[in-house]
Ligand binder design. Structure first.
Ligand code: TYM
Length: 326
């Protein structure tokens, strides 16, 4: 068996929130110790499928790269680069697109969520195909993501399988890696909706860049449920359950133990402790972010793109041969 590879990507929002951190980025970092190769990508082409300002995108992709280094992506162990600097992603996306059925693409939840026809474009429709290409161009075996990406990963496996059956065994079918706790962190203002960058309310999410005061304010204002019991029950108490997951992840303590300890004392004490845990957990990330040098970030990303292009080109040589364009 050859080297075992991990690939994952994140959109360049610049200000990542704890949902992405807990659902995906923590695993990105941890998997550096568990796989032979870890490859991470700031997917700037994906970010162009919604209206945006070019200067803003330029700033956000740089900030995103800087934040990925701050959370612990180690450029000596991982390949880190901007998607747009490796054109082979788009080339493979075109080829995979010819294997993707319209019906299956129309069923993608993330596409349907943007089903407002006025906002639709070919990029949004083809979005999951480009995502599949990101993963397959590196022949990744595993993809650490949050729960909301499961359907896109299923499509990726389908496309890999279809390609292999039609043109010969080329791509491994990548497995999805989600954390046991925190694969779907919910909004602080509406615990029935996912914590998301696109929520109009900034109070709905905690950013990795937030300082102690902002974190405390947001946790204290978080919607909890009626009553005062701290119980882990997503049906009856989604708000409390969401905070319990964050609490558990940031302390490394099991949920039942936290429930035991905070079952008496009410929501006030509980929220105070949750806020402290998040503040403490994010302090090193903020410090690392502030300490990073812009020139260093730029240099890491340029180096990453060079290596990624070489790797992707090696994959594409065989792919082109297989599909008959060499
Ligand atoms: P993106 O940029 O929206 O989110 C990045 C990662 O964070 C996870 N995530 C969450 N996890 C738990 N709870 C939440 N509330 C939460 N919000 C976000 C996401 O699941 C994701 O893992 N389509 C992808 C980007 C992408 C990609 C790829 C991922 C493009 N190509 C190839 C993996 C492999 C996306 O929009 O993620």
């Amino acid at each position: 068996m050859g080297p075992r590879r991990v690939f994952s990507g994140i959109q360049p929002t610049g200000d990542f929130h704890v949902g992405s951190y807990v659902g995906a980025l923590r695993n990105w970092v941890a998997l550096q110790d568990q796989f032979d190769e870890t490859i991470y990508c700031v997917v700037d082409l994906h970010a162009m499928t919604v209206p945006y300002d070019p200067a803003d995108l330029r700033a956000r992709r740089h900030e995103s790269a800087r934040m990925l280094l701050a959370v612990g992506v180690d450029p000596d162990r991982s390949l880190l680069y901007y998607q747009s600097e490796v054109p082979q992603h788009v080339e493979l996306a075109w080829i995979l697109g010819t294997l993707a059925g319209l019906g299956q693409l129309e069923r993608m939840t993330q596409f349907k969520e943007k089903a407002d026809r006025a906002k639709q474009n070919l990029g949004i429709f083809a979005y999951p195909v480009l995502q599949a290409a990101d993963i397959l161009v590196h022949k990744a075996h595993a993809v650490p993501v949050g729960d909301d990406q499961s359907q896109h990963l299923e499509l990726t496996r389908d496309l890999a399988h279809r390609f292999n059956s039609r043109f010969g065994e080329e791509f491994p079918l990548p497995e999805t890696i989600t954390p046991e706790i925190g694969s779907r962190i919910m909004s602080l203002t509406d615990p029935t909706a996912k914590m998301s960058k696109s929520d109009p309310s900034p109070r709905s999410r905690i950013l990795l860049k937030d300082g102690p005061d902002e974190i405390s304010k947001k946790v204290k204002a978080a919607v909890t449920d009626t009553g005062s019991d701290v119980v882990y029950d997503w049906e009856a108490k989604p708000g409390v359950s969401n905070l319990l997951e964050l609490f558990s992840v940031f302390t490394g303590r099991p949920i039942p133990e936290l429930v035991d300890e905070y079952s008496v004392g009410g929501y006030g004490v509980f929220k105070g402790a949750v806020a402290d845990a998040i503040v403490e957990g994010l302090a090193p990330v903020r410090e690392a972010y502030d300490a990073l040098d812009d020139a260093e970030v730029t240099e890491v990303m340029a180096r990453g793109a060079g290596t990624a292009r070489d790797r992707a080109e090696t994959s594409m040589k065989t792919v082109r041969e297989r599909v008959g364009i060499v």
